[in-house]
Design a protein around this ligand. Structure first.
Ligand SMILES: [Zn+2]
Length: 479
């Protein structure tokens, strides 16, 4: 039976590449990547050219397996603002279309023309001010088309110096700050606009999005409601529904905290279980801390889910029991107290958090999974003979092939990948000790590739590590 699974997995390893996620940047650029995880204020991911990261503020959304998962995750940090829906409808250049055409000509800004309009407007005559605002709006739009958001803000600020209460300009600046996830700054301009025009639907709607980005969902819903009353349209209706859905979801989550963890759990989970989970996590924390000679600086997010919610939230393939994508996500349906399996799962996932922070996201998956299994107490005996046989039939896969995401592996493929990774880590610990694993993790943070780190710490290469691991399995488990 096991052997059949092993053969199935080998095929699947070759046939199924890891499922790629798509990172959609606010600039509109789309990047295909695997192992996309959120850590602090950055998004880390794998590409063929290595592990990279973006500031979260540059990322519009992440599409997982064709579906957008980020932002719908019920996460309690910052929310993804729908920038298209938050676009103001007011046009600061209304009635001055000829100024727009004169300001941008032949793909360039006519700065002399803008300077002339600015000097005309010094006296404060209404028509001259309207013209300079139209010109600066055109200049800002020109910069935006070229991706220069900061330049665009400068033009709008200049426009405000001529008309400090101009609602269209205030809305435009506020929207640009939303684009940069600068929600507090956005809100400052919106409050100014709100004082100038207390019954403006656009102002209310953008205030809704600013609050939404700050994760103040109640205020967001209140502003969306006000916007909808002032001007009922579909975009506002959708925004209001989204905020209300988020409110309902978050009401179901309750919170708990300990020295190193922030725990949220589904309202139906047992509060006693949550306390036990935190206590156990703190015990594991101390052990892993000394094993890996490292203390994570940030507190670690843990979410307990019913099995159903776990699937919905993570879209993990069927073989994944729990998941660590920056937060530890653990399904606990049907549990009312700590079990040995739950304790091991917590230790396994917690190890991933340590490894991620210690290597700054540069750990190959095989090493990460090998260490997590080893520290949770797994040993390689169970599959040793299968691994030896696969290797002798020349059907083995090098650990080098298991550096990237495993999310696309079949159940059999995952079984092999886990067993092979555990065997390699067990071999490394037995021959070099845990302290070398800790040093290897440090090197991964700085070396250009995992193999370079292997070479510098363990003086080994992937082919040697593959061969030595099989030799170790034969010596230890073959009788
Ligand atoms: Zn794992």
């Amino acid at each position: 039976m096991r052997r059949t699974i092993f053969l199935a997995l080998l095929l699947s390893l070759l046939a199924l590449p890891a499922l790629a996620d798509t990172i959609v940047l606010k600039s509109g650029r789309r990047i295909s990547a695997t192992n996309v995880v959120e850590e602090g204020d950055r998004i880390y991911f794998e590409t063929p050219s290595g592990r990279l990261s973006f500031p979260k503020s540059a990322v519009e959304r992440i599409e997982r397996g064709g579906e957008s998962a980020w932002g719908a995750s019920g996460s309690a940090d910052s929310k993804t603002v729908d920038l298209a829906a938050a676009q103001p409808t007011a046009n600061p250049a209304e009635g001055n279309e000829e100024v727009l055409r004169t300001t941008v000509k032949d793909g360039a800004l006519d700065r002399n023309y803008i300077a002339k309009l600015e000097s005309d407007a010094q006296g404060g005559a209404a028509q001259a001010v309207a013209k300079v605002i139209a010109a600066l709006h055109a200049a800002a739009q020109f910069e935006l088309k070229n991706g220069n958001v900061d330049e665009a803000v400068v033009h709008y600020r200049r426009a405000l110096s001529f008309a400090p209460q101009h609602v269209g300009v205030l809305l435009s600046i506020a929207h640009l700050h939303l684009r940069k996830s600068e929600f507090t700054a956005s809100l400052e301009y919106l409050e100014r606009a709100n004082r100038a025009a207390p019954d403006d639907a656009d102002v209310a709607r953008l205030m809704g999005w600013a609050y939404y980005g700050m994760n103040k969902i109640e205020q967001a819903a209140r502003e969306f409601k006000r916007a909808f009353a002032l001007r009922p349209d579909v975009a506002t209706q959708q925004a209001l529904l989204k905020a209300q859905r988020d409110l309902e979801t978050e009401e179901k989550f309750k919170r708990n905290e300990s020295a190193h963890f922030k725990l949220s759990y589904d309202g139906e989970a047992d509060p006693g279980l949550a306390r036990e989970v935190l206590k156990r996590l703190e015990e594991h924390f101390t052990r892993i801390e000394s094993g890996l000679n490292y203390s994570p600086t940030d507190s670690i997010g843990v979410i307990l889910y019913t099995a159903q919610a776990f699937r919905n939230v993570t879209r993990a393939p069927g073989w994944a029991g729990a998941l660590n994508d920056g937060r530890i996500r653990v399904p606990v349906q049907g549990l009312s107290s700590m079990t040995p399996e739950l304790s091991r799962t917590l230790k396994h996932e917690l190890t991933h958090s340590f490894v991620f922070q210690k290597t700054r996201g540069h750990c190959p998956v095989w090493l990460n999974e090998g260490i997590a299994q080893f520290l949770e107490g797994e040993r390689g005996g169970e599959y040793a003979l299968d691994l030896i046989e696969v290797s002798e039939k020349k059907m083995g896969v090098s650990l080098a092939m298991l550096e990237g995401s495993w999310m696309g592996l079949s159940g059999g493929g995952a079984l092999y990948a886990y067993a092979w990774s555990l065997a390699a880590v067990e071999y490394m610990v037995q021959s070099n000790g845990m302290s070398d694993i800790a040093r290897l993790l440090d090197r991964l943070a700085t070396e250009p590739s995992p193999e370079a780190a292997l070479r510098s710490v363990l003086r080994t290469t992937y082919p040697e590590l593959d061969a030595e691991t099989i030799k170790y399995l034969k010596k230890t488990y073959q009788r």
